[in-house]
Design a protein around this ligand. Structure first.
Ligand code: LMR
Length: 394
């Protein structure tokens, strides 16, 4: 059996992380995988999460199965965190997932049951794992123009023109906020125009929401998806708790379905649970339970929001200061877009050769499409980093 297989192509982001860990240089800098780091370069357990783990340890009396949907109270608080009062509870169903990727996968497999080999439209560029994940579920990826590397702006007219060419029943994958890998986010007006187009043409919006709270704020980052939920008859959302609760390894997330048709929604939700049963059965409980404890307790929730806001504002400051350092080093406005973009990522617009030189000669690790993790920057190294980037790229 195994001799029939060829090695799988490595995932670019995870391969880079492995390479970074092997590098013995003390002054190496990891701007690769999307993990938040503080000024000391650490990814600490959040205070509220640590407290929630203590409470869970004290209160939990059994490790028996929870059920296919997962923790129902977690599902309820996640539905509210994402959609607020934008829609009535009966228009929404939520189940716990294995992080954001797990939510993307089970939703994609459920969609493939409804519409085998359906076309799913992705931004060009998008998170590198979107294509393997969605095509692995049976869907057919196709790209829409999204990002102008020369200006750092969104190619909105081109995006809309491509989506006008989509067929009824096609899926449109959107990044809820903090677009990965570009940091270029849709405005509310653009969300509204896409929602109207989806409603008019019968396109199905599928929102990947992995960074709520990292862009403009916890509520601001979901304004677009909430607007969309009000305007379209149905949609799906894959929400991750990995980054905003810093529970990466716990694999906590939620798959959210919304529909105006209660019967169709129940059927879709039962198919979603049946997909889970067929691939891994019930979700792990720990990550969801600690997130639920934080969100249900007013004190812990306030503390979590404060810490999350600290993470967000550190990234906003790093963006501004790094753009300033690059302006000084390059004596140009070439990298000013970094200060305007949102969330963890921006693309520097470097070639593969330049990225290799940064890694080999300077110990600076950047993903091959020149995406940098803003949260991996250190304030005291911004000028050195800017000089190295300008040196390799001029
Ligand atoms: C990233 O884009 O770096 C993160 O979403 C982590 C991952 O799994 O790729």
């Amino acid at each position: 059996m195994f001799e029939k297989l060829q090695p799988a192509p490595p995932d670019k982001i995870l391969a880079l992380l492995a390479q970074y860990r092997e590098d013995g240089r003390a002054d190496k800098i990891d701007l690769g995988v999307g993990v938040y780091k503080d000024e000391q370069g650490e990814t600490p357990v959040m205070r509220s999460i640590r407290e929630a783990e203590k409470r869970l340890y004290e209160e939990q009396t059994t490790k028996s199965y929870v059920g296919l949907q997962g923790d129902k109270a977690f599902c309820a608080v996640m539905g509210t965190l994402v959609l607020g009062d934008a829609i009535l509870g009966e228009r929404m169903r939520v189940c716990q997932s294995l992080g954001g990727s797990g939510a993307l996968s089970i939703i994609a497999m459920m969609i493939n049951r409804a519409r085998p080999n359906a076309t799913v439209w992705l931004s060009d560029p998008s998170w590198p794992n979107h294509i393997p994940l969605l095509s692995g579920a049976g869907l057919k990826p196709q790209s829409y123009p999204y990002y102008d590397a020369a200006t750092g702006a969104i190619l909105f007219e081109e995006m809309m023109a491509a989506l006008r060419g989509a067929e009824a029943g096609d899926i449109v994958l959107l990044h809820g906020c903090c677009h990965n890998p570009t940091g270029a986010d849709l405005s509310l007006e653009q969300w509204a125009a896409i929602a109207d187009l989806c409603a008019e043409k019968g396109l199905f919006p599928f929102v990947d929401l992995a960074y709520q709270g990292f862009g403009d704020g916890l509520e601001e980052d979901v304004a677009g998806v909430r607007l969309m939920a009000q305007k379209v008859p149905e949609l799906a959302i894959a929400a991750s708790c990995s980054k905003n609760f810093a529970v990466y390894r716990e694999r906590a997330g939620a798959a959210i379905l919304v529909s105006n048709d209660a019967g169709a929604l129940d059927n879709a939700f039962s198919q979603l649970l049946s997909v889970k049963r067929s691939v891994y059965s019930m979700p792990p409980d720990h990550g969801g339970a600690i997130v639920r404890i934080v969100l249900e307790d007013a004190g812990l929730r306030a503390d979590w929001m404060e810490e999350l806001e600290g993470m967000r504002s550190r990234m906003v400051t790093l963006r501004r200061d790094f753009a300033d350092a690059l302006r000084r080093a390059s004596n140009s406005e070439r990298f000013d877009f970094i200060a305007e973009q949102k969330g963890m990522f921006s693309r520097l617009g470097l070639t593969t050769g330049q990225i290799d030189t940064l890694r080999n000669d300077h110990g600076i690790y950047i993903v091959g499409d020149s995406r940098i993790n803003i949260a991996g920057l250190h304030h005291d190294k911004l000028d050195d980093l800017a000089r190295a980037i300008v040196a390799v790229s001029s």
